[in-house]
Design a protein around this ligand. Structure first.
Ligand SMILES: Cc1cc2nc3c(=O)[nH]c(=O)nc-3n(C[C@H](O)[C@H](O)[C@H](O)COP(=O)(O)O)c2cc1C
Length: 371
């Protein structure tokens, strides 16, 4: 039987050649939000590995929305120019669809780089004021964030739209909104971080309101023929937190608004979370969302084997699978998967040693096609 992993998928006017997605991965290698040579190397080499879609890392919609001073941004002309160079390189060398994850870190902003420990940077040491739905810090020892007022929330929603428009002008195929891992949109969803008493806090309906408004606004400003997806955390892994029941309700609303995929991750909101991870540990959430809401889903989390990915898709749990660490370990994972499952991958001509009709063997027995 033909491999599902290597079947194409139509998302609005975008055709993705196979179901393999490279998950968004922060590189902390930007300067004032600008992409660097590191991005060119990192994204460039991942893009020629044959995946159907490459999702760029969490990219801040305003400077204060960066997790760290090294995070990528798409809020200035300079940011836009620096990313354009990378998009042009990938376009010239790869057939992968290109998406970008737009994000605002909220109360998790102004942090040190992970390899410097990731702790909060004090304003006197170059940090900046963080913001959130309520003045509740991520960890008790951290300074409380500023509780956003409605005008400030509207300005951030506009910033999401402006970044999406910049992504369009650079030539991205797709946008994914980041509503997972304890960042701003997730902070609105979770009762642990949202203690507001206005129409944006309290009931589930109220907590969903702002993320849904942001989604709807970006949808109205992002071209109708291009897909817009969203990443969420299906659970906070904390009692009384955000959970899969609320996630299903939220997903239903996203489907009504025309969300093209739900990328199902988990955790990141609470410093007391207890995650029990094992291969495919988030797939049951993905399956439930897909089954109960009809959403297209992306499964992610400890997916490392082609057969495992194929089984996730053929069981009906997901429409796409995403790999992060698996791709860092094995950037040509799609070639191995094509070999093991009998699929076909796109590859760069520079790696071919013969005309395309006789390339079997060049990709070590994966069938290949010129880009
Ligand atoms: C280096 C690195 C950076 C990451 N940055 C992001 C990010 O920018 N946005 C995001 O939603 N998830 C991010 N993640 C999480 C991954 O996208 C993925 O969900 C997670 O690593 C689980 O998948 P895996 O088991 O295939 O690594 C990152 C993971 C890694 C390893």
């Amino acid at each position: 039987m033909a491999s599902r992993l290597f079947s194409s998928l139509q998302l609005r006017d975008l055709e993705i050649h196979n179901r393999i997605v490279i998950a968004p991965m922060c590189q902390y290698a930007a300067n004032e939000g600008n992409a660097s040579d590191w991005h060119l190397m990192h994204l460039g080499h991942l893009a020629v590995g044959g995946a159907g879609m490459l999702l760029l890392e969490a990219t801040a919609v305003e400077p204060a929305g960066r997790i760290t001073p090294g995070c990528l941004g798409l809020y200035s002309d300079e940011n836009e120019r620096s990313l354009q160079r990378i998009v042009e390189f990938i376009r010239a060398n790869s057939k992968t669809a290109l998406g970008i994850q737009l994000s605002h870190a909220g109360r998790k902003a102004s942090s040190r780089l992970p390899w410097q420990g990731g702790s909060v940077i004090d304003i006197r040491q170059g940090g900046w004021r963080t913001m959130a739905p309520s003045a509740i810090p991520h960890a008790p020892a951290e300074p409380p964030p500023h509780a956003l007022n409605v005008d400030e929330m509207r300005a951030i929603a506009d910033a999401f739209c402006a970044s999406a428009e910049r992504a369009y002008s650079i030539g991205f195929d797709a946008v994914e909104l980041h509503a997972a891992h304890g960042y701003l949109l997730h902070q609105f969803l979770s009762p642990l971080s949202n203690h507001r008493t206005d129409e944006y806090g309290g009931s589930l309906e109220n907590r969903m309101r702002y993320p849904l408004e942001v989604f709807a606004q970006v949808r109205s400003r992002w071209p109708a023929d291009k897909p817009l997806g969203l990443r969420l955390s299906a659970t906070d892994w904390v009692g009384d937190g955000w959970d899969i029941e609320q996630t299903v309700a939220f997903s239903r609303r996203l489907v009504e608004l025309g969300c093209d995929w739900i990328d199902v991750s988990s955790g990141g909101l609470s410093s007391v979370q207890r995650i029990v991870s094992s291969p495919g540990y988030q797939v049951s959430f993905t399956q439930r969302i897909r089954k109960e809401t009809g959403a297209r889903t992306i499964a992610v989390g400890m997916i490392t084997e082609p057969r495992q990915a194929e089984d996730i898709l053929s069981s009906g749990a997901a429409d796409l699978v995403a790999l992060a660490r698996g791709m860092l370990n094995e950037p040509r994972w799609a070639w191995r998967a094509a070999r093991e499952l009998g699929g076909e991958v796109h590859g760069p001509k520079e790696y071919y040693r013969k005309p395309p009709s006789r390339t079997r063997g060049i990709f070590i027995n994966a069938r290949a096609e010129f880009r």
